[in-house]
Each structure stands twice: as C-alpha cells, then as structure tokens.
Design a protein around this ligand. Structure first.
Ligand SMILES: [Ca+2]
Ligand SMILES: [Ca+2]
Ligand SMILES: [Ca+2]
Ligand SMILES: [Ca+2]
Length: 458
C-alpha cells in the first residue's frame, strides 16, 4: 500500500511539474548594452543596467521588488476581460525597438469527469509586444466571458519571453497565473449518474477499487464536485443508504458532511507566490471530493455473499449552495470470498530502459484443481488524460493476450509482457509516462476476476 501510494504521488508530482507549471522562460543570451554604454566592456554590471521587460499588473506604480514575484492575479468572472500590464524598465536607446513574445493559455482539465467542470475551452492566444523608450508600457488582454453557468475556477497562465536580444525577461517576471472565480450559483453534484450496473465506485471487499484510472493533478476524477460561487462556506450532508450492503457490517461511513474550502481574495491586491490565497496544485481538493477511502471503509467479512452488495450516498441539507443534477452515487462491493483471480499488485510500473519487459503476477484465491484466465493488455480508456499519455499496443507494449494456466496447488503465476522503446511522452517531459490496462477475462467456471491492472511505462 505504502509503495503504491508513494508511486502514485511520484506520478502526480511529475504530472504537476510537466503539465501544469508554465514553461520557465529565462533570458539565454547576454543583454546587448544600449548606445550610451556600448563602448563599455560587457560585464555583470552591464546586465544590471540592461533594459528589462516584466509582466506586472495594475499596481505597478507602487514599485517593484524581485522578491514580490507578483505572479498571481485573481478576479471574478463578472470583472470581465483581464488587462495585464507589461513594462519596460531601463533605456533601449533612441530609435531602438525591443520585441517580446507572449502566450496566454487556459489550463484544460482532462479525465473521467472533466466535462462536469462546465467551462468552455479557450484556445491559446499568442502575439508580440513592441517597446521603445517612448512606449515602455504594453498590455495583454485575457478575454473573460461573464456567463450564467456555474463552473469550476478557471486558470490561465500568461508568459512572456524576449524575441529581440536587446531585452531581458527575468525569471520572476516571465510568468503569471490568473484565477477567474465564478460568480454564478453555487452547486454541489456528483460528477456523473451511477447505478448498480454502472457504479460510481466499484470496490473489492479488500478495500481496493476494482478499476481505478491513474490520477494526475490535471485529471478530474469521478467524485462530488462544487461549481460556481466559492465565497461563502458551503456544507452538504452525505447520507448513506444501505442496499444489500449493510452499514457497519459491509462498510463504514467515514465522512458525513462535504464542506469544501471557501475562497476569498481582495481584487485590489496583487498577490505573490508566497501569499496568494488560491491554490492550483490542490485542484482536486479545492473543487471536489474524490477519494473513496475518505468517504467510507469496506469491511472484509470473509463470508461468501448470497446477493450482490451495494449502497448509495445521497446529498441533502445544502447550506449556501444547491444540489445539482446528480444527487446520489452508487457504490458496489465485489465479494472476494469465492474463487477469484486478481493481481498481486494492481498498479504496475515498467521501464523499457532497464527491463524491456513488464513482470505481472496473477494470483488465484484457491489452489484446488486446474484453472485458467486470460490476461489482455489494452489501451487505458479510463484515465482519459489524452493521447499523449495512452500507451498503444504494438507501439509501447505487446498487446497479445496470454492464457495463464494454474496447475493444482498453484496460486501464483508470473508472466512477462514485452515493452517497446517508444514509451516516452512528448512534449511534456522525458520523465513522463504512458498508461495501459491489464484485463483478466475468460476465467474458469466458478472464478471471477477482481481487478483491472493499471500499468505505467517509462
Ligand atoms: Ca457569471
Ligand atoms: Ca460562470
Ligand atoms: Ca460483505
Ligand atoms: Ca464477503
């Protein structure tokens, strides 16, 4: 468990670093001194006096300190288009121009519940800004539409980089993050409809999810989500309703209230990296509740079940919010007390560079007689993190199904899946990974498969 959690954290951290952090733009070339100092040798001091372009904002007149790194802007949707000032400091010299490129990108979430977030995707916006000694201030406009739809908080990254070599863009002034808080009605809802056949969470009695997508910080997992206005403290009661599964016999409830953080900010303050009240990196926590083990526990009763087990969580008693389109989530529990096949570890990692194969251990709960099951590697349609992250059969791994036969007394079999050297994700990071699934199908009579295996390849 610990190892799995740690590896998941690593995966999440890599994803945060690669998918979310705006590109760091550093001035690579030494600055070219302007005419007034052209005769002087280029020294460290020349850099201090070179023309500098910075992203800043409306309170620029209060002065600038590098340690302020004023990179966080917040606003409400109703405040409309955001105008971000870009300033030239120092002198270029008479008749000289400096050009800076800019890019505005909306952070696009992906994953099973991304559509629950509600906001329209805005394509990236790019352009250039030209400065002269007479024109030392320019502006980037981020268009913001005030609609009447309850949405997630929107995030934009704004970045600038020098296009001509007579200016420097200091690291601290090269990127900014804009947070747009929704002002429409607060709504709490499950991210999708569910029922016994298509449960919200499909749990195994051992407490593991039978099938769980990889979790990345950009992904919106199934859960309970809050949309719209976040300025008031919200609570919603979670009611647990038995449905063949019995509370305190088959499961326990751990959380009976959903109370997401409220957000407040002063629109007249230009926040810094150190003191901003927003947080992007805890996105899942700021918007939703998605961890099944925070909501409930599953009790392994060591009894063969006569009926399928399940229960519901229902939203009720909303305070400072309303309940949205989907007010309940259905959870099923898979009995593990009848003969079954399962993975020794449901989450597996393969590295082409070191092993060229993935080692998979399949277990059976019972050693009696012969039994078999077919292991099928297939595309991960569950994580929905996009094409970049999906390992393809025949490209990153061998997708041939393998029949695994257990002799009498055998409860564990290990097989290898060949990996191919294409498993690197571009353009985000060479450290990033791709995902695929392992399914257990065609189990011998009397057996069932408990898990879907999740594989990360590097
Ligand atoms: Ca609005
Ligand atoms: Ca809105
Ligand atoms: Ca049970
Ligand atoms: Ca049981």
């Amino acid at each position: 468990m610990k190892r799995k959690a740690a590896l998941l954290l690593v995966t999440a951290a890599i994803t945060i670093a690669t998918a979310i952090q705006p590109a760091r733009i550093l001035a690579q070339d030494p600055p070219v001194p302007d005419e007034a100092t052209a005769a002087a040798p280029v020294t460290a001091q020349a850099e201090d006096t070179a023309a500098v372009v910075r992203l800043t904002d409306f309170d620029y007149s209060t002065g600038w300190k590098d340690e302020d790194a004023a990179n966080y802007y917040g606003q409400n949707e109703e405040d409309g288009d955001r105008r971000i000032q870009v300033m030239l400091e120092g002198r270029l010299g008479s008749g000289k121009e400096a050009v800076v490129s800019y890019k505005v990108e909306q952070l696009h979430f992906v994953g099973p519940a991304a559509s629950a977030c509600g906001y329209a995707q805005v394509p990236p916006q790019e352009g250039t800004l030209t400065f002269t000694d007479e024109q030392h201030q320019q502006e980037i406009t981020v268009p913001i539409t005030n609609d009447e739809v309850s949405e997630c908080i929107e995030y934009y990254t704004v970045s600038i980089s020098p296009k001509t070599d007579n200016v420097v863009v200091p690291h601290q002034s090269a990127t900014a993050e804009l947070y747009v808080f929704d002002d429409d009605e607060s709504v709490v809802t499950f991210t999708r409809k569910s029922n016994r056949a298509n449960p919200w969470f499909d749990m195994v009695e051992d407490g593991q999810l039978a099938v769980r997508p990889w979790q990345t910080d950009r992904s919106i997992m199934d859960g309970i989500i809050i949309l719209g206005d976040r300025s008031k403290p919200v609570t919603v009661d979670l009611k647990y309703i038995d449905c063949c599964a019995k509370r305190n016999e088959d499961y326990t409830s751990r959380m009976t209230k959903f109370s997401p953080h409220k957000f407040s900010f002063d629109r007249d303050v230009e926040y810094t990296r150190a003191d901003n009240p927003f947080t992007k990196f805890g996105w899942n926590n700021t918007h939703m509740l998605y961890e099944p083990n925070r909501l409930f526990g599953i009790i392994d009763d060591e009894k063969v079940e006569l009926k399928p087990e399940g229960f519901k969580i229902v939203l009720s008693n909303p305070v400072n919010t309303s309940i949205g389109a989907v007010d309940s989530g259905y959870i099923t529990i898979r009995d593990n007390d009848r003969p079954s096949f399962y993975f020794k570890s449901q989450y597996m990692y393969g590295t082409y560079q070191f092993s060229k194969t993935l080692t998979v251990t399949v277990m059976r709960s019972d050693g009696e007689g012969e039994a078999s099951v077919t292991l099928t590697p297939k595309e991960d349609h569950l994580t929905q993190a996009g094409e970049h992250w999906m390992a393809k059969p025949g490209v990153e791994y061998d997708g041939t199904p393998q029949k695994i036969r257990f002799a009498p007394g055998e409860t564990q079999k290990t097989v290898e899946i060949p990996l191919y050297p294409n498993g690197y994700v571009a353009p985000f990071s060479e450290m990033a990974s791709k995902y695929f699934l392992l399914e257990l199908k065609g189990a011998s009579k009397g057996y069932r498969a408990l898990h879907t295996g999740m594989v990360t390849v590097h």
